[in-house]
Design a protein around this ligand. Structure first.
Ligand code: MF3
Ligand code: CO
Length: 250
């Protein structure tokens, strides 16, 4: 499978999916508070998605059971919403969400603090991870390479003493949630595939306070840090245009 370039019309469909993703994520953000369960967040998202007339991207994907991934603290990605998972003051929760409209996908993630008593290092983790995503997006233009994106993300993260997860990467996206190419959050400037106008990619840094290693729990989905350190995740779906990046999920 090669990279699939998107037409203007297809990118407009992806923008519609991206708007739905943004609206649902912001609604979910407003429901993150101490005492809420991750299943509460799932229900909020599923109800709003239905109202907006879009389909979930994740539910049913390789048997994944929910519309959201909710990954708390040392959970990196793919945490499954559960009524047993009660959010508490000082936690962070990554909320990852994808939607499909007219056969085209949008995919985005945010990591949200729970309550207002967040440890300074945790606050820094959120800030640095979001900044690393912005740095990766900032280098996107025709002729730039995947290595340029990875290097930009990695530079921001490692300059602050945190580490980039290697075992999961971003991806091309379009009429499939996962298309070529893979988009690592590490790399060397000038290396890797060149970006072209019409490519659409999901850039999604996963950043740990401690080491980069992760493992998957027995549920077959939840990825956690090996050392138990906190992890954050931010993601946008981004189109490569003649003039640079267009973020489709903002
Ligand atoms: N944003 C994640 C990804 O790009 C969401 C996939 S979760 C899954 O892989 F449940 F759908 F697998
Ligand atoms: Co993704």
């Amino acid at each position: 499978m090669a990279v699939v370039l998107k037409s203007h019309e297809e990118i407009e469909k992806m923008r519609r999916a991206g708007r739905v993703v943004r609206e649902v994520l912001e609604l979910v953000r407003s429901h993150v508070k101490p005492g809420a369960t991750t299943l509460d967040l799932e229900k909020v998202a599923e109800a709003r998605l239905k109202e907006l007339g879009a389909k979930p991207a994740f539910k049913g994907y390789h048997g994944y059971p929910c519309v959201l991934c909710t990954s708390v603290n040392s959970e990196v990605v793919h945490g499954i919403p559960s009524k047993k998972r009660v959010l508490k003051e000082g936690d962070i929760v990554s909320v990852d969400f994808g939607a499909v409209i007219d056969g085209f996908y949008g995919d985005s993630a945010i990591t949200v603090p729970v309550g207002d008593k967040i440890a300074p290092v945790t606050e820094k983790l959120l800030r640095v991870t979001e900044e690393s995503l912005k740095a990766g997006i900032a280098v996107v233009k025709p002729g730039a390479t995947l290595g340029d994106i990875g290097a930009a993300v990695q530079q921001v993260v490692e300059a602050e003493g945190f580490s980039v997860v290697r075992d999961f990467v971003g991806h091309g996206i379009g009429s499939q949630m996962h298309e070529e190419p893979q988009v690592p959050n590490y790399g060397q400037p000038g290396k890797g595939m060149k970006l072209r106008s019409g490519m659409v990619i999901a850039i999604e840094p996963m950043v740990n306070i401690g080491g980069p290693d992760v493992r998957v729990l027995k549920d077959g989905w939840t990825a956690v840090t090996d050392d138990g350190s906190m992890s954050a995740h931010f993601e946008h779906t981004v189109a490569v245009t003649d003039t640079g990046a267009r973020i489709l999920t903002e």
